[in-house]
Write a protein that binds this ligand. Sequence first.
Ligand code: C2E
Ligand code: CA
Ligand code: CA
Length: 278
Amino acid sequence: LASQLSASRDSHARRPLQAVAPDISPSELLDGIRRDVFSMHFQPKVDANTLRVVGVEALARWQHAGQSVRPDFFIGAAERHGLIAPLSRMLLAKTLNDASRLAEAGFPLFIAFNLSASWLSDIHLPEFILESIQAVSLPAERLILEITETTILSDLDTAMDVLTRQRLKGFKLSIDDFGTGYSSMEQLQRIPFSELKLDRSFVQGAADRPTVRAILSASIDMARKLKLSTVAEGVETQAELDLVRGLGCDLVQGWLIAKAMPVAELIDWLRSRATQPT
Ligand code: C2E
Ligand code: CA
Ligand code: CA
């Protein structure tokens, strides 16, 4: 894996738009799970107008041979090799442990966790997640489960069944990477979502491309009609923040506010923010 990672990094340099996923083997993943090498970082989600922090998204990290492996690469490998359940269980436990540290430090924020497509087909998932959150004494309403639009569309019936049961347990549901699939309002209405996350490509492309801006604006209007709150992903500049604010987006997430960070760093960041004038 280490040699493939540096090879993929070199090819990155020549072809910056193409990310070549290294083939991570089942034994490398199992070894990683056994040696407990994964950790979670947290990226703040803030109110678009007041910039008050309302929640965080948990993002998985893996340091391997001194380099970080991209989460979409190792999550994808775990899905291909049938290892998504043990990996996701571990990531959820870490997320919830960090979430209770955050609450103990005085920051009872919403915690968003990314739910992988292949884990979603496990019929025991809603009960498992509920037991996991009860084990750390956090309320179910604190957890937001993010599911990508393409996952929902690939198997709408299973998604509807499992997600509706998740919602009944009290978790919030969020549609991730919205705009990358082609879901209709009718399809989205069938699942009880509470949030829609506008994909970074639309947020970043909207400033200088009127058609992208029109899609972004229409998506925000549709979300409002469905009573969903909206989150703009990948906000990197003040111009992007002004634009999504102007379109009526509720929350923003992106490097303009902060990158994802380990929980201890997040607590320091939140504390220093609380003492700063707004
Ligand atoms: P995602 O769920 O769409 O997560 C947002 C990604 O955008 C993260 O990449 C984040 O670091 C990055 N990002 C946030 N703000 C900005 C910005 O302003 N500019 C740019 N250029 N990027 C920004 P990351 O951490 O590399 O994660 C990539 C993907 O891997 C995630 O996309 C998600 O699909 C998947 N992933 C990460 N952690 C987990 C996990 O615990 N479970 C599952 N199933 N998937 C995960
Ligand atoms: Ca996400
Ligand atoms: Ca996303």
